[in-house]
Design a protein around this ligand. Sequence first.
Ligand SMILES: Nc1ncnc2c1ncn2[C@@H]1O[C@H](COP(=O)(O)OP(=O)(O)OP(=O)(O)O)[C@@H](O)[C@H]1O
Ligand SMILES: [Mg+2]
Length: 335
Amino acid sequence: MTVIRLNNVRKSFGTFDVIKGVDLEINPCEFMVFVGPSGCGKSTLLRLIAGLEDITSGTLAFDEKVVNSLTPSQRGIAMVFQSYALYPHMTVYDNMAFGLKLAKGGADEIKRRVNEAAEMLQITDYLDRLPKQLSGGQRQRVAIGRAIVRDPKVFLFDEPLSNLDAALRVQTRLEIAKLHAKMHETTMIYVTHDQVEAMTLADRICVLRDGNVEQVGTPMELYEKPQSTFVAGFIGSPKMNFLTEKFADAYKAHTLGVRPEHLEVREKAGTWAGKLIHSENLGSESYLYIDIGAKEPLVVRQDGKPSRQPGDLLHVSPINDNVHRFDQSGYPARA
Ligand SMILES: Nc1ncnc2c1ncn2[C@@H]1O[C@H](COP(=O)(O)OP(=O)(O)OP(=O)(O)O)[C@@H](O)[C@H]1O
Ligand SMILES: [Mg+2]
């Protein structure tokens, strides 16, 4: 059980500041997810925690111990990357046992650990196969297994599912959730672009923006109480609608945010009215794009198939006044 503390951590590559003073505490056994736009520094922050990059200034501590100058293996971490580089000429078993052999584990101990990890990931039947005889999802599970056998205190994942197709992503996501439930001594940090992965796997999500922490909270805290338009627009899919000018003025805000799922179409007398310009039918739900005269079409989520035709005049209202008000700087507007 390890608590990870980052204190004013900075990282520069030459004159380029990538991580700009991050303060963050990751609790023992927590599943922490890093999200943020491409290039905001997620992988760099993970690599600093892993010890794969040197910290320019600030401190990184595991429990009370500053680990800035320790190597990855001294830190007791294991990392799984987006591209799982397995040794092609070795069986699944040998791929998983390889790191342990280097660490001079006894033969029985190695066998026990590999079998235990294989069982956890349901790859026991494939232990004698070569990587090329596996599907992408199975290979990624081997890569995760290779990290598990080392019994890390801290488990780091950098977009481990992004090379998998949609169905395999879902399946492997569930494996990772189960893994976290089983490895209750292990702290996990997970980088992803995927909303669903972030919302479903995380105990807490850390939203990064341009090398800084923008907000940290449980998935529901970020969804219900985003502390900036940046977080509001980043968490939730499809994206929150943002309205300005007269639409926001009516709510005494500079920017008004309303999620597509918090809007409903009414027969008459809604808060806003406009023509349906386009609809998307996903089967279980649909999205209506309505031109209410704002800069962007208003997106409204509906259960089932779209109930209207393009060109129809629709009235729309926020359900239960479920809106988010922001000031000029993009932070919550005062009442
Ligand atoms: N070794 C390096 N030398 C110079 N610049 C680097 C180096 N590694 C990363 N960077 C820069 O640091 C910034 C952050 O990169 P990083 O890989 O951490 O982003 P990221 O949030 O993981 O993005 P993505 O979502 O695309 O993976 C980028 O602008 C990148 O170009
Ligand atoms: Mg990255």
